[in-house]
Design a protein around this ligand. Sequence first.
Ligand SMILES: NC(=O)c1ccc[n+]([C@@H]2O[C@H](COP(=O)([O-])OP(=O)(O)OC[C@H]3O[C@@H](n4cnc5c(N)ncnc54)[C@H](O)[C@@H]3O)[C@@H](O)[C@H]2O)c1
Length: 253
Amino acid sequence: MSGALADRRILITGAAKGIGLATVERFVKEGARVAALDRDVEALAALAGRFGGNAFVSFRADVSDPASVETAVSNAATALGGFDGVVSSAGIDLIADIESMALADWNRIIAVNLTGPMLVAQASYPHLKAAGGGTIVNVSSGAGLSPLKHRSAYCASKAGLQMAAKALAMEAAEFGIRVNTVCPGAVETELFRTSIETAPDPIAAYEAVRARYALQRVASPDEIAAAILWLTSAESSYVTGTAIAVDGGRTFH
Ligand SMILES: NC(=O)c1ccc[n+]([C@@H]2O[C@H](COP(=O)([O-])OP(=O)(O)OC[C@H]3O[C@@H](n4cnc5c(N)ncnc54)[C@H](O)[C@@H]3O)[C@@H](O)[C@H]2O)c1
């Protein structure tokens, strides 16, 4: 198999939809063998047969549940014969002002968006070490670089994920493991669509988002997958501990 990820074995969470799915598509095209993890088993099942040969296996996992992560990561490692890389894309959004936000909502956002990727990294770590090194790429958000109104839990979870990844990059380097973070802006996915469609005026909400971006548009999931590919491939061999904005220019000004 040829390509930038020829024969690399990669675990991808949130792989059934959106940025995670675009990453699966791009990685398989670049020669990787992928283990797709998601809590949405129906969406995972719909992908069966779409990727040829032994390039794709999928497992149910809720990244906020340590036992579920342990089982899925272990099964995925057995199926692929180990891992050379991990991409954590599973995540959820919450729009809530401080007075109406329930503690359970705050806890859920932190559990999925911050604790989840760290549980996945922890469970995958022995496999990456056994492979002699590898890569971890976490999908954070521009909301972790520059705040958004009514998203205190989401922003905190995404900023926390960036720092957790930087700290992990410090300890993982001696094992040849690089840890990086991608910070997307608005991306045309179900998560983004839901946030727009539940706004009081969806057309105005979409325009307000678009106007914040120097490039004046929303991204396609594949544009984020391209950055994840670079951070997973040998082309970024001297890059670790960084958080890269792939956000059409929302957060630099
Ligand atoms: N779409 C955007 O505008 C945008 C912007 C910045 C950052 N992000 C981040 O990108 C990542 C992917 O988002 P997306 O837009 O592709 O969303 P999406 O809703 O299209 O896809 C998310 C996937 O994650 C899965 N998932 C959610 N919670 C899970 C859990 N607890 N365990 C396992 N799987 C779970 C879902 O089933 C789904 O398949 C998220 O971390 C999100 O915060 C998205």
